[in-house]
Design a protein around this ligand. Structure first.
Ligand code: AFD
Ligand code: MN
Ligand code: MN
Length: 427
């Protein structure tokens, strides 16, 4: 589905007067508070969020999956879907692929198609949590941590192949989410499993190009339910530090036990220069992969408050993190959910840009908890939607992406083009 520029212009014309009034009111208010509104708007516009290829279709659970129809059937159609999102919000300028699900048949053609839609390739993701049809050795009892060296080697070779595909597409990062773990106490020797994993990662690391990064994702449980080899930020940081300067930690918001202080983890990793990036989502109970900002928006703001602090700290050695979504849309239209997700991330970022850093540090120095809370909540309670809309308008995107998407009946057109298949993966 091609989005005509005219659709956006007509949409923005209809909303122009209302938007201008709300933007100028907010801009005046912020300028009186001493904010540089132009700087804030351009920072918001510059923030690009990578869209995961695996989230362009409906997700599911172990109890089943219900397709909403019109889902992409090929890598080309996935790129067209991300291209459509990016044309609407000019904030989704990258796609994160998952190998072997997204192996390009013609890498040059895929790269050209992405370029046509102003898209680049963010991190490529390896997959050693499933056995593929043609796979020789099984990952049932693990991969990079497996007791059998041949199985570890197969997983290492797979990751090196993922790097190869990424290089062909211009990607500069490999994300390793190692699902390895155990279901029962005593099943594995924690120490040896860690050491085997480290040795395997070292071999992959030597195959990583000099200008690449390796993101080591952590997760406390699932698919194994007693222990995970890379269970938390401490383990990820231990591995990243032992591997070297190209290795970083990847924070998936859903990969923390309930009530974990994620913003504090972000502060620590950034302070150490080892925060590689994010998988944004939200959750109520586990790795629910719900829409980012839909359950705990204040937590998302507090995370961005630490990120903005780190990014604006001249002494910081942390690279700009990779901003990626990792969510699953079991009941929503995947493209609508992704538009909402990008908006939620930009909102939290904009609110964090409004925090008065000097006043906050002064309140902290004086141990004035009340004032510190006031400063944070003043920023958080500012309705920054006109800033996000203005940032979009200036780069030729829709003022209200979701309402434009709906007005175009995109999903209906995609179902007409691609059909409607309900695939339910049973237990
Ligand atoms: C699952 C895992 C993890 C990983 C993603 C893509 O929990 O978040 O990053 O799949 O492989 O969500
Ligand atoms: Mn993830
Ligand atoms: Mn996950």
């Amino acid at each position: 589905m091609i989005l005509e520029k005219q659709f956006i212009n007509d949409h923005n014309k209809k909303l122009a007067a209302k938007h201008a009034a709300s933007f100028s009111f907010l801009a005046n208010q912020l300028e009186q508070e001493g904010h540089d509104v132009e700087r804030i708007v351009s920072k918001i516009a510059a923030l690009q969020i990578a869209i995961p290829s695996w989230a362009l279709g409906n997700g599911g659970t172990r109890f089943g999956r219900f397709s909403g129809g019109g889902e992409p059937r090929t890598l080309e159609e996935k790129i067209l879907d991300v291209g459509l999102l990016h044309a609407i919000n000019r904030s989704s300028g990258a796609i994160s692929l998952h190998i072997p699900w997204d192996i390009p048949s013609d890498a040059a053609a895929i790269k050209a198609l992405a370029r046509e839609h102003d898209l680049i390739f963010d991190a490529v993701n390896s997959n050693t949590f499933q056995d593929q049809p043609d796979q020789q050795l099984s990952y049932k009892y693990g991969s990079l941590s497996h007791t059998d060296k041949a199985i570890r080697q197969q997983a290492i070779d797979h990751n090196l192949e993922v790097i190869h595909h990424g290089k062909q597409l211009g990607s500069k990062a490999l994300t390793v989410w190692l699902a390895d773990g155990t279901c029962f106490p005593g099943q594995q020797n924690f120490r040896k499993a860690f050491q085997r994993t480290l040795e395997s990662l070292k071999e992959i690391y030597t195959g990583l190009p000099d200008d690449w990064q390796m993101f080591i994702e952590y997760k406390p449980y699932e698919p194994y339910f007693y222990s995970t080899v890379i269970q938390d930020w401490g383990t990820s940081h231990l591995l990243a530090t032992k591997l070297g300067r190209k290795a970083y930690c990847l924070v998936d918001l859903g990969h923390h036990l309930p009530n974990t202080n994620i913003e504090q983890i972000v502060a620590m990793l950034m302070m150490e220069g080892k925060l590689g990036g994010f998988h944004f989502n939200d959750s109520k109970y586990g790795d629910d992969d719900l829409t980012v900002g839909s359950i705990k928006p204040y937590q998302l703001f507090l995370i961005f408050n630490e990120l903005v602090y780190g990014m604006e700290d001249p002494a910081s050695v942390n690279p700009i993190p990779a901003w990626m979504i990792d969510a699953s849309h079991n009941v929503k239209d995947p493209l609508e959910d992704l538009l909402q997700s990008v908006e939620a991330i930009k909102l939290a970022y904009a609110q964090a840009l409004l925090v008065n850093k000097e006043e906050l540090e002064a309140a902290r120095e004086n141990n004035d908890a009340t004032q510190a809370q006031e400063i944070l909540q003043h920023a958080y309670r500012t309705d920054v939607r006109p800033l996000i809309a203005e940032a979009r308008k200036r780069v030729g995107a829709a003022l209200q992406p979701l309402s434009l998407f709906r007005s175009l009946n995109v999903r209906k057109q995609l179902i007409q083009e691609r059909g409607h298949k309900t695939v339910s993966t049973g237990l």
